[in-house]
Unconditional design. Sequence first.
Length: 224
Amino acid sequence: MKSLPPNIRGLTLIEIIAGTLIISIVMYMISSFTSNMAFKYKHGFVSLENFRQAHQAVNMLRHDYNMACPYVTAGDGIEELKKFLMTPLAVTSINEKFVGANRRIRISPTQLIFYKYAEIGFSISEQPQVEEVEYRFNPAEKKLIRQCGENIREFRGFREVEFKAFVHAGNPLVPAVWARILLDQDYYKDSEKPLELTVFFNSNFVADAINHNDWQYRTYHQPR
């Protein structure tokens, strides 16, 4: 049996253990970095999708409410028409069901119901068509639901959605709707806050009816 040259020696047990430990630490660091990057990519994609959903919901809500109006029929009469124009909003602090002839713009913490003009452009009809639109938040399924007639659209990925009546300091005479959307990002720690969007929007009809006292609006509506 040939012996090793005097300048070559084998690894000792301590060297083998130290080498194994170093390799294990390096592999652990690589694995942790990869897992962390995959986690951030996954939740970053979820956050982006939730933000896209919120952006679409806000755009649609703003577009709908821009044409909002109280729903008044010929059977209501001129006096009811005047009341609806002067107080177009009906606000509740709880999610109670609106009943009776109340067809104003109805606002509760998780629900917004209003009528809007069905035609985008100018209508030559003596009784323009209106349609009811409802936005309601389902906290169990974390989604905001828009319903207009038989058309239903859902926006998902929200932890909270809240509606309130709002008056801007720049124009205290015109009531607006304030909305807050909190995105669902459960991976955030307690010390960090998920993304929150707050917007407010107005109705052209409501603004004109309140700001222009000389506007003698005497037109009734019909359902679409």
